[in-house]
Design a protein around this ligand. Sequence first.
Ligand SMILES: O=C(O)CCC(=O)c1ccccc1C(=O)O
Ligand SMILES: [Mg+2]
Length: 374
Amino acid sequence: MKETFKIKKIILRQLQMKMKAPFTTSFGTIHNKDFLLIEAVDENGLSGWGESVAMGSPWYSEETVQTSQHMLEDFLFPTLLNAPLTHPDEVSEKFSHIRRNNMAKAAVEGAVWDLYAKRTGEPLAKALGGTRDKIGVGISIGIQSSVNALLHLIDGYLTEGYQRLKLKIKPGRDVEVLREIRRVYPDVPIMADANSAYTLKDIDLLKRLDDFNLMMIEQPLEHDDIIDHAKLQKELSTPICLDESIHSVSDARKAIELGSCKIINIKIGRVGGLTESKKIHDLCAKNGIDVWCGGMLEAGVGRAHNIAITTLPQFTLPGDTAGSSRYWEEDIIVPEVTVNADGTINVPNQPGIGYEVNMKAIEKYKVSEKVFTA
Ligand SMILES: O=C(O)CCC(=O)c1ccccc1C(=O)O
Ligand SMILES: [Mg+2]
């Protein structure tokens, strides 16, 4: 019989960390990262950790730090506290009567996965069915004030070893920028992420992107669309990757059926957790759809979860999980995440997420703290 366990206490901390450099996408600029950290404690006093990726403002998705806090405090924690569990897959089942709010759900589900793996004494990557001991990573670079500034950044990141570049684009900062970057770097793997900045009216411009031998174009059209993306994919030779449009394995199935994309970016928070991420991964593996792990400018706890999920076999393309020092003066885990000269990250083999939380750093960046008990 499987051992049952219960979450007896949850500590919810809000943190604010200043980014080393502001990060600009087509939807806006992020200077400070506001987020929630969740510590779920079992009957033995063992803790599991999760991180919410909802931002301060609803520009990438509808969730914010405050809406996540509301969902967690008023709906998700009460559902979970004291409920007998045998496996973390049961968490998303318990949450299934609550619509959406995937980032809030994923944050606490991630804490339960970490706790479960610590209880069984295995790395989270193994608990998830991961098979790699290293993962390949690229770098996502925000929109810069000039092409020269972008070239300077690219030079540094390629020297560090990152395996591919993801360049953020928006109308007016697309064809010319990519042409210039391709001129200097004819062979570097490059992808472009539009964060929904275009519509089908821009089809002629989007077709010109086929000239740049891009690995993919990520989420060119509306955040909730899969129909127009299917029309666009028929017109482009560059593969379309969906990010914002995919919230569940059911969304993924429909997008694949329609031909809306050839690649899916899995973000644990966007799809409601690790269990749903695994389901999307398995569906993509069956259908020959390449998968990679997207990033949400995570601090160390979220970064560790991204590393763990990326060890699954269908994560065939480099992800956005860069090293801690790309974002932070000081991260909230020990050791920090570092990237090898060949653009890989070593997957930790300690139990759970495999990194210690840095309580001193957490105290330093903490804005508020609340404790919930069964
Ligand atoms: O964490 C990273 O480095 C990736 C950053 C990134 O591209 C991103 C950051 C915030 C919101 C959306 C996105 C995105 O992938 O679209
Ligand atoms: Mg994206």
